[in-house]
Design a protein around this ligand. Structure first.
Ligand code: DGY
Length: 321
């Protein structure tokens, strides 16, 4: 590239990514790392040819319509693209890209952390210790559930779902799954396919959600579907908050209809439903699924690879629009 294209990153980026970004681009970076409102994004994007956005940026149709004329591409620093109105981007003739494939291992690790945290009452144990309330070992203290005797229901058996199933097998879990299509036997690795989500829910002692947020999956886990889960079931969500009906899940956790939930993602992040905060059986993380040095660097390099292709006039490898 003879002249470095101007780009704007709405959030700070890891050092290794920043090195390449500032070397190859005339990059304006929001190093204060605050979530910017629409006015600030429009203002800061002035003169930029690409805007690098993250899940908290609400790139809705109104904001996309207001982006400066200089902007040619919305480059997502995420695999999820539900924060971007892709139809509006397309209508404006913008390119949009994401970062698939590189979050698989870290997100699958996080799903296992949530599974263990929820089944083993980790939050209660931590709280007891830190509050100085631990009186020592007791036969009935904080008894949880063992993964190895349970069936894992994987809702959405894509890359991440398969990586979670792989890990869960090592814990001795029996794997069941639903997806829009059945995997071939090599990918299935002995997992049992369910043609409907409802059939999967009935056998999911632990249900782990790995569906993208789409109009079809919106509030997928509602009261009717929770009622199908076995007694003492555990729900794990490392996909998107939109897939869960919060009121229904909170009610099921409160009444003991389900044993616990492990949640990394929430509706309306970062303003999660306050009902979760009162629940001891909700083991929660602040959307850390991809938060490893390796993965966040790899995501950033994908952002750069996509931009390099866009500005070289070739097809970006991870184009979504
Ligand atoms: C993504 O990339 O969509 C993830 O949710 C970020 O962790």
């Amino acid at each position: 590239m003879s002249q470095r294209p101007a780009v704007f990153a709405t959030r700070n980026v890891p050092d290794a990514v920043k090195e390449r970004l500032t070397r190859d681009y005339d990059a304006r970076i929001n190093e204060a790392d605050t979530v910017l409102d629409a006015d600030a994004i429009v203002r800061e994007a002035e003169g930029a040819e690409a805007v690098i956005v993250s899940p908290p940026d609400r790139m809705d149709a109104a904001l996309i319509a207001r982006l400066p004329q200089s902007v040619r591409a919305i480059v997502c620093y995420s695999v999820g693209v539900n924060h971007v109105d892709l139809d509006a981007a397309k209508e404006r003739g913008l390119i949009a890209t994401n970062t698939p494939g590189v979050l698989t291992q870290s997100t699958a690790d996080t799903a296992m952390l949530l599974m263990l945290g929820a089944t083993r009452r980790s939050w209660e144990g931590q709280s007891m210790l830190r509050a100085g309330e631990w009186k020592g070992w007791a036969p009935t203290q904080l008894m949880g559930l063992e993964l190895g005797t349970r069936r894992l229901g994987v809702m959405g058996m894509g890359r991440i779902g398969q990586a979670v199933a792989h890990r869960a097998r090592a814990f001795g879990m029996e794997i069941h799954y639903h997806d829009v299509r059945r995997l071939d036997p090599e990918q299935e690795q002995g997992a049992t396919y369910h043609e409907t989500p409802e059939s999967l829910l009935k056998v999911s002692d632990v249900l782990t959600l790995h569906t993208p947020a789409t109009p079809e999956t919106y509030r997928f886990l509602n009261a009717e579907r929770i009622a199908l889960l076995p007694e003492n079931a555990v729900v794990v969500n490392s996909a998107r908050g939109d897939v869960v009906d919060d009121e229904a899940l909170i009610d099921a956790l409160k009444t003991g209809r389900i044993f616990a939930a492990g949640l990394d993602v929430f509706n309306g992040e970062p303003n999660l439903h306050p009902g979760y905060l009162e629940l001891e059986n909700a083991y929660m993380l602040p959307h850390l699924g991809s938060a490893t040095v390796e993965t966040r660097n790899a995501m950033g390099f994908k952002v750069l690879d996509n931009m390099d292709a866009i500005f070289a006039g070739t097809e970006p490898p991870d184009r979504v629009v």
